[in-house]
Design a protein around this ligand. Structure first.
Ligand SMILES: Cc1cc2nc3c(=O)[nH]c(=O)nc-3n(C[C@H](O)[C@H](O)[C@H](O)COP(=O)(O)OP(=O)(O)OC[C@H]3O[C@@H](n4cnc5c(N)ncnc54)[C@H](O)[C@@H]3O)c2cc1C
Ligand SMILES: *[C@@H]1O[C@H](CO)[C@@H](O)[C@H](O)[C@H]1NC(C)=O
Ligand SMILES: *[C@@H]1O[C@H](CO)[C@@H](O)[C@H](O)[C@H]1NC(C)=O
Ligand SMILES: *[C@@H]1O[C@H](CO)[C@@H](O)[C@H](O)[C@H]1NC(C)=O
Ligand SMILES: *[C@@H]1O[C@H](CO)[C@@H](O)[C@H](O)[C@H]1NC(C)=O
Ligand SMILES: *[C@@H]1O[C@H](CO)[C@@H](O)[C@H](O)[C@H]1NC(C)=O
Ligand SMILES: *[C@@H]1O[C@H](CO)[C@@H](O)[C@H](O)[C@H]1NC(C)=O
Ligand SMILES: *[C@@H]1O[C@H](CO)[C@@H](O)[C@H](O)[C@H]1NC(C)=O
Ligand SMILES: *[C@@H]1O[C@H](CO)[C@@H](O)[C@H](O)[C@H]1NC(C)=O
Ligand SMILES: *[C@@H]1O[C@H](CO)[C@@H](O)[C@H](O)[C@H]1NC(C)=O
Ligand SMILES: *[C@@H]1O[C@H](CO)[C@@H](O)[C@H](O)[C@H]1NC(C)=O
Length: 303
């Protein structure tokens, strides 16, 4: 009962947001195409001992954030991505809009790409467990961040670079949805009840009614963050699936504590280790639950 209620809500959200009006973006969005798996040439199984080396960066979690970050860093640095889940090719329903609900309803056998959990206050929820992360199972609604967000972080962002990054993502995996009659009706209703202004087709997080992008293309194919790995340098980038990171390895001396590597297990439970070089970093992108969990497992944040 709870599961079907959640699915119905998600479908509603998808339908409300993916409306279509005039296309007025300055840069192009992606064009309908098959999901691009070219990156498979640098994907390994975690049981491959060749991965047990030293890297400039180790990225924990090959999800929505981890994949584009790995591709970007690989331009100049050696990068290892460790993803606990499997390849999206193993579950064809991940790759189509028709498969969206099926995935969310599938039994969680511990390997499936949708991991179920119940929050502390009793809310039924899910998170991704597959290369591409939660972008491989979500509703595909694409919006740029509220520009206030950047200011509120207290970090001085190079907004020109931020915008170039948005363009890069949008031109690769974001689509302008095809017009449908009921979408026009919904948009018209929003405007009639006073949700103004009418922003047309716009990817910005702004007040009013607008039509936004989707990571589903107009052929019903899902596109996701894993495809951003295709932009990485194959000579500098290794991606491991079935690699569950268990612990971050720290080293300490008189000047402080540094993360120097990770311990991960393959699907047979065999333990492996990988390390970062002197100035290298272990980057956690295991999701809002996975990253803090891993810190706790590594002894950080325990009181
Ligand atoms: C059903 C659903 C629908 C949604 N719809 C939308 C939407 O339409 N639009 C939108 O903007 N947002 C949507 N979201 C939210 C959005 O998808 C997530 O906020 C976002 O994908 C999270 O990105 P992330 O990189 O932080 O984590 P994830 O993409 O979840 O990536 C984390 C990765 O780390 C891996 N991992 C975790 N622990 C370990 C470990 N110990 N070792 C190795 N790997 C590990 C996981 O397997 C996963 O692949 C939706 C979410 C859900 C659940
Ligand atoms: C999509 O196709 C249009 C028309 O052919 C082209 O102008 C545009 O550059 C293409 N976009 C991408 C991201 O390839
Ligand atoms: C349309 O999607 C199917 C899978 O759903 C894919 O096999 C096919 O290549 C796609 N066609 C185009 C033109 O992208
Ligand atoms: C590694 O795992 C894959 C399945 O994920 C399996 O096909 C392969 O035989 C394994 N290799 C070794 C050396 O165990
Ligand atoms: C890679 O190096 C080039 C040249 O120094 C620099 O312009 C670019 O910003 C670097 N990229 C990353 C991701 O570090
Ligand atoms: C955030 O905005 C305020 C007010 O516009 C400004 O004073 C402040 O410098 C901004 N902070 C950053 C980090 O850009
Ligand atoms: C970045 O893009 C936003 C719209 O998404 C725009 O409001 C802002 O002016 C742009 N900033 C820069 C520096 O180009
Ligand atoms: C709906 O379609 C009508 C007629 O083409 C158009 O004038 C109107 O702007 C559309 N409204 C929305 C919200 O798309
Ligand atoms: C963007 O963030 C600001 C500051 O938190 C908030 O006032 C505004 O309502 C937000 N815009 C939207 C569309 O949510
Ligand atoms: C102490 O650790 C820091 C960070 O790992 C490192 O840069 C430094 O060289 C170390 N110092 C000594 C004396 O080992
Ligand atoms: C697990 O170990 C068995 C026996 O050594 C091997 O045949 C199999 O391929 C391994 N599977 C994985 C995923 O490593």
């Amino acid at each position: 009962m709870l599961k079907s209620t959640m699915s119905a809500t998600l479908v509603l959200v998808l339908h409300l947001f993916v409306l279509h009006l005039q296309y007025s973006e300055v840069h192009s969005l992606a064009n309908t195409s098959a999901h691009d798996f070219s990156y498979l040439e640098f994907v390994y199984d975690a049981n491959d001992t060749e991965l047990e080396g030293t890297y400039d960066y180790i990225i924990v979690g090959g999800g929505t954030a981890g994949c584009p970050l790995a591709a970007t860093l690989s331009a100049n640095y050696s990068v290892l991505v460790l993803e606990r889940g499997t390849l999206p090719t193993e579950y064809p329903n991940l790759l189509t809009s028709e498969g969206f609900i099926y995935n969310l309803q599938q039994e969680d056998d511990g390997q499936t790409p949708v991991e179920r959990f119940v929050s502390g206050d009793g809310i039924d929820n899910v998170r991704g467990r597959v290369l591409g992360g939660t972008s491989m199972i979500n509703a595909g609604v694409y919006v740029r961040a509220n520009t206030s967000f950047f200011n509120q972080t207290g970090i001085e962002w190079d907004m020109d670079l931020v915008n170039k990054t948005y363009d890069w993502v949008e031109d690769t995996i974001v689509f302008k949805p095809d017009f449908q009659f009921w979408q026009n009706l919904t948009g018209t209703a929003f405007l009639e009840i006073g949700i103004l202004p009418d922003n047309g087709f716009n990817l910005d997080h702004i007040e009013g009614t607008r039509l936004t992008g989707s990571t589903f293309d107009n052929n019903g194919t899902r596109h996701a963050s894993d495809e951003l790995l295709n932009k990485g340098d194959p000579n500098n980038l290794r991606v491991a699936v079935h690699a569950a990171v268990e612990k971050i390895i720290f080293s300490s001396n008189s000047s402080g504590v540094t993360a120097i590597g990770v311990i991960y297990t393959d699907s047979n439970g065999t333990t492996h280790q990988a390390f970062v070089r002197g100035e290298g970093e272990v980057i956690l992108s295991a999701g809002p639950i996975g990253s803090p969990q891993l810190l706790l497992l590594s002894g950080v944040g325990l009181t």
